[in-house]
Design a protein around this ligand. Structure first.
Ligand code: GDP
Ligand code: MG
Length: 759
């Protein structure tokens, strides 16, 4: 415990510093000059509970830049003389302007107590401040005072002593963040400073880095003797021009905006103003955009526009990418001979990589839309309006955007949804959002729904889709709540929902934002996905049918052909295999409609072709059953027995792991339908309707399972990359599947007991 405490008084001119200084020290004061300059310096001492407190009244300043002598004096005193604590006297009737200095003091990392002075004036003007909440948000004690009456001074002294006695926190507790771009640059400079051994001088390196980025000449002088000085200055110049490019404004303005955003956010959360004196432009815009009635409506409209822009806007490009990859697949198919290599390259590699690259336009469009929301300042308002509702479910106001994009409006995609959480600064809320986003109805689940709805609920398409949208939202919120109160329990760090001033974004800034984030996606997802898609291909291809099975099908095939050729109506025209082959080539060359042959032959040939196709499909189905995936599917039958899935459904679900829409094509193969393209859903639907064991209840059970079970591989890879941990990726995979099983079980059991959907 220190016996002698040094405290510096800082504050804007006329905040009441001298008044408080006089009230505290009384006659025990000394007036002199600051060394070398004719600025008055007042010092004094007092005793409190046996401790001696030495107080220095700093010159009044609005900021801590290096623009005026007063600012430099105040700053240097804090840095060089390292007082035990700074008391920032704030004019509580003019918080917005006064707190700008407070935020800078917080950044300097010194121990701080805020005296909300002129509290009588503030209250008189109808300003009600929730000091406890405010203090909790910014992490600094706040004591309301009235300097003229001497009220609150005792509490101020208590706060000073108790703060000084607290151990210095080991980590930087700054609550103010400048957004990812600035933070990245800060970190680079900070690392260089630490390498130069700057930390030993006892100044907060984060603050120094921020000052360097702001081009503060005094600080540049201060690092004069450092070993890596040229390297640091080079990085500073690079960071400054990078930020100028992105924001189209000087870094000084960008950082100042972040500070003002922090302040407005904190004030909006904790201060009620009955009568405002000063209404600036941002405030009047906010009057409309965050209005109680209009605000949510505008919000919904904006979110809907982002959604339309992301998915419809990118559609032509996505189509272009798609057709490029199917073109590539076709070319390679033509060049390579039939066999494993071709299958590997076309089905394994081109499909897998195409899957990732195919998302690129979507991701770019989404990030462009998000960049507009962020750079204008509207993003902060979205978070602000939705925070109260979503926080109840362990999420954050900013989660909304990610969830909508992930499929909150059916048809989205979890990959850009998870990428959208990058705008969130609160680690726990961000993680929960990432973990629940895959439960939404992404575009790849829709074909599966369409197939099953088409087969079993043909008249109720719209209402079932609406129901599924509602169910997925409920699941997301419940899962969020559950995760937040179990694996991610504990209070979230209080945070200020920042409200930066509105500004007009620059086009260059938007483009750079978009490009940087999209590139990050390609770099991060692209590398892993190739390996994973090859792995899935292997699982769904090997070991393949046994020689006996092959022989069995060959024999059946031969028998079919010889029966056909031996038919009298056929034998007249086609005498042997050779003839049949050239006849088939001719048919396929001329297309299906030009079958200009004798009627009896034509009908026999059509029959023959159908039989042959059926045989081939049976063979494909058996082949699939014999692969690793097929065996796992068969093995899983006993696990899935309670929810009634057969091996064919199981193997389709395994395939859906590669991409959810694969569930449909794999079901097609497993049910001996051959390859199922989009236009062939009706036939697969027909088929499923007549399969034993399939009924509306079964279909709905499967729909629920597909909605909830393990995210697709691309999503998992992105989860791993965004959270940085395999653990979270595994968790996402396991908890969703358990949830899917549980929900499917409830649906199945309830349906069976109540006799719903059994026919
Ligand atoms: P400084 O520039 O920060 O040193 O501010 P001063 O201490 O000189 O105070 C400026 C003016 O505000 C003086 O007229 C004080 O009497 C007045 N003042 C200081 N504190 C309070 C307060 O809590 N309530 C009211 N109503 N006036 C105050
Ligand atoms: Mg004064």
């Amino acid at each position: 415990m220190k016996k002698k405490i040094t405290v510096a008084l800082a504050g804007n001119p006329n905040a009441g510093k001298t008044t408080i200084f006089n009230a505290l020290t009384g006659a025990r004061q000394h007036v002199g000059n600051w060394p070398g300059v004719t600025v008055e310096k007042k010092e004094g001492t007092l005793k409190h509970n046996g401790r001696e407190i030495h107080i220095v009244d700093l010159p009044g300043t609005y900021s801590l830049t290096a623009f005026s002598l007063e600012e430099i004096i105040a700053r240097n005193f804090i840095v060089d003389s390292a007082p035990d604590l700074v008391v920032n006297v704030v004019d509580a009737s003019n918080l917005e302007r006064n707190l700008y200095l407070s935020v800078q003091l917080m950044e300097m990392g010194c121990k701080l107590v805020l005296a909300f002075n002129m509290i009588d004036v503030a209250r008189g003007r109808g300003i009600a401040i929730d000091e406890a909440h405010f203090s909790n948000l910014i992490g600094v004690p706040i004591i309301p005072t009235n300097g003229k009456k001497g009220a609150g001074l005792e509490s101020l002294l208590e706060a000073i002593v108790s703060e000084v006695d607290k151990p210095q926190p080991s980590e930087d507790l700054t609550r103010l963040t400048y957004g990812s771009e600035v933070e990245d640059e800060l970190l680079k400079i900070q690392n260089l400073l630490l390498q130069s051994g700057f930390s030993s001088e006892g100044i907060n390196t984060r603050w120094v880095s921020a000052k360097l980025i702001e081009g503060d000449t005094e600080i540049v002088k201060k690092i004069g003797s450092l070993e890596h000085r040229p390297k640091i200055l080079e990085q500073v110049a690079k960071s400054r021009s990078h930020l100028t490019n992105i924001f189209g404004d000087s870094p000084e303005i960008v950082l100042a905006d972040a500070r003002y955003g922090f302040i407005s956010g904190a004030i909006k959360q904790t201060v009620q103003i009955e009568r405002t004196d000063r209404v600036n432009l941002s405030e009047s815009i906010d009057k409309i955009l965050t209005n109680r009635l209009l605000g949510p409506l505008i919000l919904l409209l904006v979110l809907y526009c982002v959604y339309i822009f992301t998915f419809n806007g990118s559609a032509p490009l996505v189509k272009y990418f798609d057709s490029f990859f199917s073109w590539l697949g076709d070319i390679v198919s033509k060049i390579l001979p039939e066999g494993l290599l071709k299958s590997l390259i076309v089905s394994g590699m081109i499909k897998g990589v195409g899957g990732v690259l195919g998302f690129t336009p979507l991701i770019a469009f989404m990030f462009f839309a998000i960049a507009i929301l962020e750079d204008t300042g509207y993003m902060a308002r979205i978070a602000f309006m939705l925070d109260r509702v979503l926080r109840g479910f362990g999420l954050h106001g900013a989660s909304m955007l990610a969830l909508m994009v992930a499929g909150g409006i059916a048809g989205g995609c979890a990959v850009p949804g998870i990428m959208a959480t990058r705008t969130m600064k609160e680690p726990k809320e961000r993680l929960v959002t990432i973990l629940v986003a895959p439960l939404m109805n992404c575009g790849a689940k829709l074909p599966v729904y369409a197939l099953l709805i088409g087969a079993f609920f043909p008249g109720d398409r719209a209402s079932i889709m609406f129901l599924l949208t509602i169910i997925s939202w409920i699941m997301v919120l419940l899962a969020g709540r559950a995760i937040r109160s179990t694996v991610l329990s504990g209070p979230s760090a209080p945070f200020v929902l920042e409200l930066p001033p509105y500004r007009v974004p620059t086009f260059q800034g938007l483009v750079i934002h978009t490009w940087e984030r999209t590139w990050m996606y390609l770099k991060k997802a692209g590398t892993v996905i190739l390996a994973v898609s090859i792995l899935i291909w292997v699982l769904m291809t090997f070991p393949g049918p046994s020689p006996e099975q092959k022989a069995f099908f060959e024999e059946k095939q031969d028998k079919l052909t010889s029966n056909f050729l031996n038919d009298p109506a056929v034998g007249l025209v086609l005498k042997n295999q050779q003839d049949l082959k050239s006849f088939e080539d001719l048919q396929s060359a001329e297309g299906k409609d030009s079958l200009q042959i004798a009627a009896p032959l034509a009908s026999k040939y059509t029959q023959y072709k159908e039989d042959k196709l059926r045989l081939e499909n049976d063979e494909q189905s058996l082949k699939l059953k014999n692969t690793v995936a097929g065996r796992i599917g068969t093995y899983l039958v006993w696990v899935f027995k309670p929810i009634g899935f057969d091996w064919k459904t199981n193997v389709a679900l395994l395939g859906g792991f590669a991409a959810k829409e694969v569930v449909v094509s794999t079901l097609g193969t497993a049910y001996s339908m051959g390859s199922v393209e989009r236009e062939q859903y009706p036939s697969l639907s027909e088929q499923l309707k007549h399969e034993p064991g399939w009924n509306p209840l079964m279909a709905f059970t499967l729909i629920m399972f597909v909605m909830l079970y393990a995210p697709c591989v691309v999503t998992l890879v992105v989860i791993k990359r965004e959270t940085g941990k395999w653990r979270w990726m595994l968790f996402a995979m396991v908890y969703t599947t358990v949830l899917a099983y549980f929900v499917a079980f409830i649906v199945k059991t309830t349906g069976t007991l109540l006799g719903i959907g059994l026919t």
